[in-house]
Design a protein around this ligand. Sequence first.
Ligand code: UDP
Ligand code: MG
Length: 336
Amino acid sequence: MTEGAGLSEDAAGGLSVVIPVYNEERNLDALYARLAPVLDRTGRPYEVIFVDDGSADRSLDVLRRLHAAHRAVRIIALNRNYGQHAAVFAGLDHARGEVMVTLDADLQNPPEEIPRLLAQVEAGHDVVGGWRRIRRDAWVRRFLSWCINRLTSTMVGVDMHDYGCMLRAYRREVVERLRGCREISSFVPALANSFARSPVEIPVDHDRRADGRSHYGPVRLVRLALDLMTGFSLLPVQVVSLAGLGIALLGVGFGAFLLVRRLLVGPEVEGVFTLFAILFVFVGMQILALGLIGEYVGRIYLEVRRRPRYVVGAVYDHAGGAARPRACGSVPWVHG
Ligand code: UDP
Ligand code: MG
């Protein structure tokens, strides 16, 4: 097998690796140097699609150099920053392979794990998720991610440990269904699992970021969580409505109790501050409820506008990839 020559439009059995890139200039060469040998060893034709998500550093220049040097490299350059998941979507939209693997650009996901994901695809699974058993991230981040994972598992109805891990493999059919979804914000792993016939999760390694800092601070993570909550079900507002009903009933009971007490013991004057405390809790819950409803309204607004999920500024492609022998490209993926 020669070094990856890219995938032509009709390359069957091929593999597409999709990598979102946002200000990763110093990680890209090292990433490709580790990735290419791994892909070469799979013995399948492949392409590596880097999606430049509006990087402000020299990432695009580095990518262009990689593109010039390697036929397997394609670049989708978005016109501005749309966020990791939109970037992954852009890559999946342009991918030609039978199987697609997503991966972060900062070398936190070791490319050497890819063959293990592919083995699961060959075993018949249509979505294979990586599970970072030992995460090299700060504890606040790990805690928030744990909350998001529990939430997502409930919303999507597929229980997984790690929805945040982007080291994943998808069969083409699942990706086609994803492409059919036109909603604006789409958390790729959750959306894919809601379409998967046979999803599976395998433990994968996780390294510290090779260079630079994570693009996800606590605020961005909370926004992601809100997006997930409102993007995948109506459960949150329903829970809020039920809680509201419960609290109202408790209030009626409490009122009745105070009335009886007044008749038997006389009026109460103490406990004003306790009342404040209770009030704050309820006011807080009301604001949260309003916020949740606001999220839904905002979502409807975004959907009604029907803006595209991303806009491609430029595509760097070796004209459909080199022609490859069909025999090599038509290895079936599923044996099971
Ligand atoms: N990323 C992106 N657009 C963004 C933020 C991040 O394409 O707006 C890419 C980033 O270059 C990396 C991946 O998404 O390849 C994961 O980002 P990061 O490492 O910051 O997230 P973390 O590993 O902390 O979850
Ligand atoms: Mg990272």
